[in-house]
Structures are given as structure tokens and as C-alpha cells.
Write a protein of this length. Sequence first.
Length: 343
Amino acid sequence: LQPRRGIRLSAPAAIQVTVRDALNQALDEELERDERVFLLGEEVAQYDGAYKISRGLWKKYGDKRVIDTPISEMGFTGIAVGAAMVWLRPVCEFMTFNFSMQAIDQVINSAAKTCYMSAGSIGVPIVFRGPNGASAGVAAQHSQCFAAWYGHCPGLKVVSPWSSEDAKGLLKASIRDDNPVVMLENELLYGVPFEMSEQAQSKDFIVPIGKAKIEKEGTHVTLVSHSRPVGHCLEAAAVLAKEGIECEVINLRSIRPMDIETVEASVVKTNHLVTVEGGWPQFGVGAEICARIMEGPAFNYLDAPAVRVTGADVPMPYAKILEDNCIPQVKDIIFAVKKTLNI
């Protein structure tokens, strides 16, 4: 199609897509693309999913591809791992990752270690996915962040999306990967719309596992985060920019493998580092980032100690005002930035 003289044909504009719809698109496209892919978990089929992530998929693909399971995480996770060992590609949904503790033996001892223990002869191409971390008003037993738990284990890949593009691209990449992948979503992001580019609307779009994304460039301090706190970092950066402080915000996206090279390059530029996460401080993702920076070449470029912003080191309270004080807020990030910059 040749444009008439003086008329400019514009490319299709980016659209607003919620994280929920992005995940639904990814599942739909991968179920259609590969007949070995199937989804199983509690209420994923006839009810369309507890969070409506699998809306419409049971009606489209039927009982053999979208499977409702009993309330037995150890049981259906074991079934999924066994299916992956014979080269099917299951997507195993935990209604929340808190319930994955019921199946952690299957995730780690069965899925994560099998490839190594079989000298590479048995692959386990499986995705464990569902909402992770604190939601709102669900108290201590439903508010853990499992990024550090699963990121600790060799044999697993662990991803943690923030935006709709992250969610779609990482889920598609995870389903196509020949290794077990843990995908840690966030319930509070499901209904949040993000701009999705024309490229991300393609069925061929994936986000490579192990590659971070610089969401905002800056020169004074590096902010590294994953999942929902990435948005808090961007909000804090907008506030600090009004005071002349330019933050570089890195969306980690992948916990294991971790793109420490992108973080190092940023620290070399900014000379300051603040990590932000919703999980507990001890042995956390931020602690790992700080250790890797200290052990690598970027340490020599730091002008101040790295600072961690984390969830409070307590089981999550139920009361909202206490819950808010246990989860990193924008004001906490601003305080940490000013602390590391000594202003």
C-alpha cells in the first residue's frame, strides 16, 4: 500500500491491556500453538479461574487441555511434574503461591533436580504460576513473597513480571522453556492496565528469561526492583526528579537467572544502589543483589553503601494500617534514596 503524497500512514498505536488479559492472551496463544501445553489447577476450567486469568479457555479447548483439580496441591503438582517428564508442557496454577508450600517437595525435589540427577536425560518443561506476595487484608498465612525461596534453588528458573508486556512475554517464554519455571505474579496488578506495544501484541512476542529492563534512565542512583514495587520506584523517581534527583529504575523481571550485568552497568554510571522488594529482608533478593555487586567490579564505583528497602521482618498483620507499614511505600524509597545520597 503506497501512501498518497502528503498523507502519512501511522503504525498501529499501542493499546492498554490489563495484566490479567495479558496472561490470558499468553495462555490462549500457547495452548493454540502447541498441543502439548495444558493448564491445571483449582477452579481454572469451568469457573474461569479464581482471578479470571483462564477466562474462556475451558470452553475453547475442553477438559483435556484445561483441567479442574481437587484441592490438593501436592497431588496435582505431582501429576503435572510427571506429565512434564514425558515431555508434555503443563502450566500448573497455584491459587496463590502460599499454597505452593503444600507442594514444595514436588517443585524442588522432583522438578528442579531431575534434569541434573538424570545427567540431562530427563527434562521437566513445566511452569508453576500464580499470585505471589502480599495482597490486601489476607494476613500472615497468605502474604509471603517466594522470590527468595525459589530463587535459592538450582534447577529452577524464577521470573517476576510487573507490566502487561512482562506478564505476556515471560509466560510465553516460560511455557516454551525446557526447564521448570516458577512465575511469580501479583494479585494487586491483575486489574492494572499497562500500555502494550504493537510488537507485544504479536503471537511471536516473548520476553527473554534472565534479562532485566531499564524502565527509566537516570544518573544519580540506581533503583532495582521486581513485581509491584517497580511501580513504587517509578512513583518515587517522579517525586525525586522534582528535587533534581534522577533515578535509574531497573525492572529485574528475572530472579533466577539474575541479570546482574545490567545492574552493574547502572551502578558504574550512578555510583549508588537501592534495592526494593516486598519480601522479608533476611536472605532476600536485595541481599543477593548487594552481595553480587560487592563481589564484582561495580563495587569500586560505589560512593556509598547499598541500601535495601524490604518488607518488615514480621509475619504480615491483618489490620490495614499495620499492613501498610509492613510493605515498602513510596515514602520509604524516597527516604532510602536520600539516605544513600546523604541529603
